[in-house]
Design a protein around this ligand. Sequence first.
Ligand code: HEC
Length: 108
Amino acid sequence: MLHLLSIKERNMKKIIAIATFTGILLASCTPKTSTATAPVGAAQSTAEQIAQGKTIFENSCGRCHKLPDPTSHTSVKWVGIMNAMAPKAKLTDEQHQWVYDYIVSVKK
Ligand code: HEC
C-alpha cells in the first residue's frame, strides 16, 4: 500500500512537471509581433518577378528550340511543359514560378 502510494505520488509529480512544461510551451507559442513576410506561394508574383520571368524566358527557353509562344498552349498545359522544361533550362523553383507567371500573364 505504501509502495503504491509512492508510485502515485511520483506520477503526480510527473503530471505536474508535464503540465508545467506544456504551459511553458504554450506560452512560447503565443504569436509574437508578426515580422513574417508574405506566405510563399499564396501571393501572386509581383510585376518585378514577372519581368524577371520574361528575361529568364527569353534567355533560357530559346536555347534548344525556337522561343515558344506563350499563347500556343493553355495555362494548364504550360504547368506540365514548365515541369518538363524548367529542369532542362536549369531553373530554380523561383525562376520556374516567375517564368510560368510571365507566360500566363502574356496570355491574359
Ligand atoms: C536543354 C534544352 C532545352 C531547354 C533549355 C528548354 N527546352 Fe523546351 N524542349 C526541349 C526539347 C528537347 C523539346 C522537345 C521534346 C520534349 O518535349 O521533351 C522541348 C519542347 C518544348 C515545348 C513543346 C512541348 C509540347 O508539348 O508541345 C515547349 C512549349 C517548350 N519546350 C518550352 C520551353 C520553355 C518555356 C523553356 C524555358 C523554361 C524551355 N522549353 C527550355 C529542350 C529544351
